[in-house]
Design a protein around this ligand. Structure first.
Ligand SMILES: Cc1ncc(COP(=O)(O)O)c(C=O)c1O
Length: 365
């Protein structure tokens, strides 16, 4: 039995169908599927939303991180400080360029990188710091920027697009902000997509060129690049969805706050929220001890759950050598205990009550 979707993309489409269909039809009519006018239109709107000079749309969140590191000219052997408690893409792009991910443990309560541990991890080879704003709450980016000094900071904001931090927006808080438009993300398209944000003209120019095989103009390849463009159709879909994005973010904040309040008297640990920022809950995640039993009981009750993430990267076969001999106890403990509940802007109070009732029963069993 499964009655509730984990993320309700169909309900969202039903609400926006007329606008989305019209936007798609416009692209079909003009036929500029690659770098059509919707690409620029979206970039202008998103840059204004984030409050930075440049938005460069790319083919995924992974590509955004990859292109950011290429624009910063990451060289083999260079080190990039990051968190082991994230989706693999964060470290993958570093390794793909011959770099070395240097892991630093997380804060046990927010699950974001512990900024106070970063300084000790900086060496003469440190070329960038890549924190993640996990679950939709911006990491301690001001502290990280301060510790970084002249070292570039890339915010992996795949999960935090739309989140506020001290009155500013995620993605506009450091050298580069990189986000994902994967369908389940706070701003999701209907396929793969992503974007880079920066105030730096030269880095923006580099990223734009890298996205199209390093071309500064057609068939002039001034640098090595990739095929990393975002489709016009996906940009068109996001333009339609962006029209109600403020409403969606407000709903996410409300639903998240309601979950947090209703969980207060249950034997689970809620994500710690910092007072100077919000969390847009790309995943609504909590921590608990008897996870697998609770997950099973919820599944039987028709409530899907997910684990973000079950194994920290330094314990993954592909990345183990970057954490050899080291332990990151908070990341390891969180990986054993995190569990995400259904979440989307269209989740109704009745659905949320269903989740809570089932969770309460599962915890009491
Ligand atoms: C923290 C983080 N970084 C990077 C990515 C990669 O984004 P994409 O799937 O769009 O390539 C994701 C996507 O799940 C993510 O959660």
């Amino acid at each position: 039995m499964s009655s509730l979707p984990f993320i309700d993309l169909k309900a969202q489409y039903a609400q926006l169908k007329t606008r989305i269909d019209a936007r798609i039809q416009t692209v079909l009519d003009h036929g500029q599927y690659i770098m059509g006018p919707e690409v620029k239109e979206l970039e202008v709107k998103l840059a204004a939303y984030v409050g930075v000079k440049h938005c460069i749309t790319v083919s995924s969140g992974t590509e955004a991180l990859f292109i950011a590191l290429m624009a910063l000219d990451l060289q083999p052997g260079d080190e990039v400080i990051t968190t082991p408690f994230t989706f693999a893409a964060t470290a993958e792009v570093i390794v793909l360029l011959g770099g070395k991910p240097v892991f630093v443990d997380i804060e046990p309560d927010s699950c974001n990188i512990d900024a106070s541990l970063i300084k000790a991890a900086i060496t003469p080879r440190t070329r960038a710091i890549m924190p993640v704003s996990l679950y939709g709450q911006v990491c301690d980016i001001d502290e990280i920027n301060e510790i970084a000094g002249t070292i570039p900071v890339i915010e992996d904001a795949a999960q935090s697009f739309g989140a506020s931090y001290k009155g500013k927006k995620s993605c506009g808080l450091s050298t580069f902000g990189a986000t994902s438009f994967f369908p389940s993300k706070p701003l999701g398209c209907y396929g793969d997509g992503g974007a880079l944000f920066t105030d730096d003209d030269q880095l923006a120019q580099a990223a734009r060129e890298i996205r199209v095989h390093g071309q500064s103009q057609r068939y002039t390849h001034t640098r090595i690049g990739v095929g990393g463009r975002m489709d016009t159709l996906q940009c068109a879909i996001l333009l339609a969805k962006f029209e109600r994005f403020d409403w969606e973010i407000a709903r996410r904040l409300e639903i998240g706050a309601r979950y947090q309040a209703l969980l207060q008297d249950l034997p689970v640990e809620r994500l710690a929220l910092r007072a100077d920022r919000d969390c847009v809950w790309a995943q609504f995640t909590l921590q608990l001890d008897n996870r697998s039993a609770v997950q099973q009981a919820l599944q039987l009750a028709g409530i899907p759950t997910a684990i973000h993430y079950p194994t920290p990267l330094h314990q993954q076969p592909a990345y183990a050598r970057y954490g050899a001999g080291q332990s990151f106890p908070h990341a390891e403990r969180a990986a054993q205990r995190v569990m995400s509940l259904p979440m989307s802007a269209d989740l109704s109070e009745a659905q949320q009550d269903l989740v809570l009732r089932a969770l309460r029963q599962a915890l009491a069993a």
